[in-house]
Ligand binder design. Structure first.
Ligand code: KG4
Length: 334
C-alpha cells in the first residue's frame, strides 16, 4: 500500500511517501526556523500562513522524490492533533480535501502515536511491550506501548516540556531558536558539574516531570551574574542545565520500565536528538540489562514518515475520517 503522509502540527511542513509499514520512499521537511527565529519562539499565526504556502510544494517534492504520482496513492495519513490548531488545520484539511477529490481513504493520526512508533522506521525494531519516553517542545510523557495502536500513559510533565525548557534557556542566553540543538552543542564544551541546578524528582516513585523550577533556577543564576557584572559561563550553564534535564529524563524512564517489568526502552521526540540523552539512556539501559531503541535524529524531530507509519496501523484497524472530521489541540492519549 502506498501512503502519502502529512505533518503540520507545529512549525514544520512535512510530507512523506511510504510503502506499507516498511519502506520510506521519501521524507521531506520544510522548516520555518528562519521565520520564527527573530521572535525567539513560534508565532502561531505566522506558522499557519507558512504551512499554507508550503503544503503543496512539500507534497509535490515528496511525491517526486518517491517517483510516485498522486493517482497511485492508496491512503493519506495526516496529523490530526495535538498541536497548534491553526497549523494542524492546514495539513489536515489539505489531506481530507485531496483524499475526497481523488477518492482515496484518509486517516487522522495522533502526533504522539507517531513519536511512540517512529523507532519502527529503523532496521532494529523493538518487540512489544516497551516503555517509551516522548520528549519534545510540547510534551514530556512516559508510555507503555503494548501494540501499534495501544498506548498507556504512565507519567507526564506537570508544567513545561523538556524541549520548551531548552528553548527558554536558549532565549535567556540569546542563543536563538530552536534552543535544543544550540544548547546541546555548547554543552559539549562546558562542565556539567559546574553549577548545581536542581532536579525535580517529585514524590517518591512518581513518573511525572517538572521543569519550571529548573528553568527559574537558570534565570536566577543568569540574573545574579548580570547584576554583579560577571562574565556569563555560557558553556557551563548549558552543560549543567542539560545534565539536570537528562538525569531526570533517564532515571524516570528507567523507573517506568522497571515498574512495568519491561526490558525494552524507546525514546522519541525532538529532545531525543540530544546526544547526551542518547548516550546516557543507552548506558543506563545496559547497566540495567535493558535494550535501548533510539530513532535516528531525523525521525526524532517532527517528520511525516512517522505519521505515515502510525496511519498505516490505524487504517489497518479500520479508522478513517470523513471531510467533517476536526483537528484537536490536546491528545486523548496524554
Ligand atoms: O518533536 P519536535 O521536533 O517538535 C515538537 O515539539 O513536537 O521537538 C522540537 C523540540 C524543540 O524544543 C527543540 O529545542 C528540541 O526539540 N530539540 C532538542 C534538540 N533538537 C531539538 N533539544 C535538545 N537537544 C537537541 N539536540
Amino acid at each position: 500500500m502506498l501512503i502519502l503522509a502529512i505533518e503540520s502540527s507545529c512549525d514544520d511542513t512535512a510530507a512523506a511517501v511510504l510503502e506499507d509499514n516498511r519502506q520510506v520512499l521519501s521524507n521531506v521537511i520544510n522548516s520555518q526556523f528562519e521565520v520564527h527565529a527573530r521572535y525567539g519562539g513560534i508565532v502561531p499565526e505566522l506558522a499557519s500562513r507558512c504551512h499554507i504556502e508550503n503544503i503543496w510544494p512539500v507534497v509535490h517534492e515528496a511525491l517526486d522524490a518517491a517517483g510516485i504520482s498522486l493517482t497511485e496513492i492508496e491512503l493519506i495519513a495526516a496529523t490530526r492533533g495535538p498541536g497548534l490548531v491553526g497549523s494542524l488545520l492546514v495539513g489536515f484539511t489539505f489531506a481530507k480535501a485531496v483524499a475526497l477529490v481523488n477518492s482515496i481513504p484518509c486517516t487522522g493520526v495522533d502526533h504522539m502515536a507517531g513519536h511512540l512508533l517512529a523507532v519502527m522506521l529503523e532496521e532494529q525494531r523493538p518487540a512489544f511491550p516497551y516503555t517509551a519516553l516522548v520528549v519534545s517542545g510540547g510534551n514530556t510523557s512516559l508510555f507503555t506501548v503494548n501494540s501499534t495502536t495501544e498506548f498507556l500513559l504512565q507519567g507526564r510533565t506537570r508544567d513545561d516540556a523538556a524541549g520548551e525548557a531548552f528553548d527558554k534557556v536558549a532565549k535567556l542566553l540569546q542563543l536563538g531558536y530552536p534552543g535544543g540543538p544550540v544548547v546541546g552543542k555548547l554543552a559539549e564544551k562546558g562542565n556539567p558539574k559546574a553549577i548545581a541546578f536542581p532536579r525535580a524528582w517529585l514524590d517518591q516513585g512518581s513518573l511525572d516531570f517538572s521543569f519550571s523550577g529548573l528553568k527559574t533556577s537558570v534565570v536566577n543564576y543568569v540574573n545574579r551574574c548580570r547584576q554583579k557584572n560577571l562574565p556569563l559561563p555560557v558553556a557551563d550553564i548549558c552543560a549543567s542545565f542539560e545534565q539536570a534535564v537528562v538525569d531526570v529524563l533517564v532515571e524516570k524512564t528507567i523507573l517506568a520500565a522497571k515498574k512495568s517489568g519491561h526490558k525494552r526502552v524507546v525514546i522519541g521526540g525532538g529532545v531525543a536528538a540530544n546526544s547526551q540523552l542518547r548516550s546516557q539512556i543507552s548506558n543506563r539501559c545496559s547497566e540495567e540489562g535493558m535494550d535501548a531503541f533510539i530513532p535516528s535524529p531525523v525521525y526524532c524531530t517532527d517528520n511525516a514518515a512517522m505519521i505515515g507509519l502510525a496511519g498505516y496501523y490505524q487504517f489497518a484497524k479500520g479508522a478513517t475520517v470523513g471531510p467533517d472530521a476536526d483537528a484537536f489541540s490536546r491528545s486523548p492519549l496524554n
